[in-house]
Ligand binder design. Structure first.
Ligand code: SF4
Ligand code: SF4
Length: 114
């Protein structure tokens, strides 16, 4: 069984399309009522010169995320990771994910509270 504290999620939000599949997958897996869940996708609008705007989506786990321990114990990927078609999310050992973080910007490493 993986030690939960050694594992985390690496989120590359540069390629997040804002499809909300991760949020839906988590809600379906754990039966969260509306407005609750282990991950939340936030829309962020950045103003650019010449009245243009850049819309970014930032998926971020909440305090309710249990890192899908029941799934990972069976060797499965977390539900959110499995359903992200843009492959923005990666589950793994914190040490290994931290090394990947240095390779490009717009990445977030999330570690559950122990
Ligand atoms: S790892 Fe599991 S519990 Fe955490 S956000 Fe993803 S689907 Fe929800
Ligand atoms: S499933 Fe992937 S692409 Fe879709 S909102 Fe979540 S992180 Fe972004």
């Amino acid at each position: 069984m993986p030690d939960k504290c050694e594992y985390g999620l690496l989120i590359d939000y540069e390629y997040c399309t804002g499809c909300y599949a991760c949020q839906v997958a988590c809600a379906q897996e754990y039966g969260w009522p509306e407005g609750m869940g282990g991950i939340r996708v936030t829309e962020v609008e950045q103003k650019l010169p010449n009245d243009r705007a850049y819309l970014a989506y930032i998926p971020f786990p909440t305090e309710l995320c249990i890192l899908c321990t029941p799934r990972t114990r069976q060797g499965l990927e977390p539900a959110c990771v499995q359903h992200c078609m843009a492959a923005c999310m990666k589950y793994g050992k914190i040490e290994e994910l931290a090394k990947e973080m240095g390779k490009k910007p717009r990445m977030v490493l999330w570690v559950p509270r122990s």
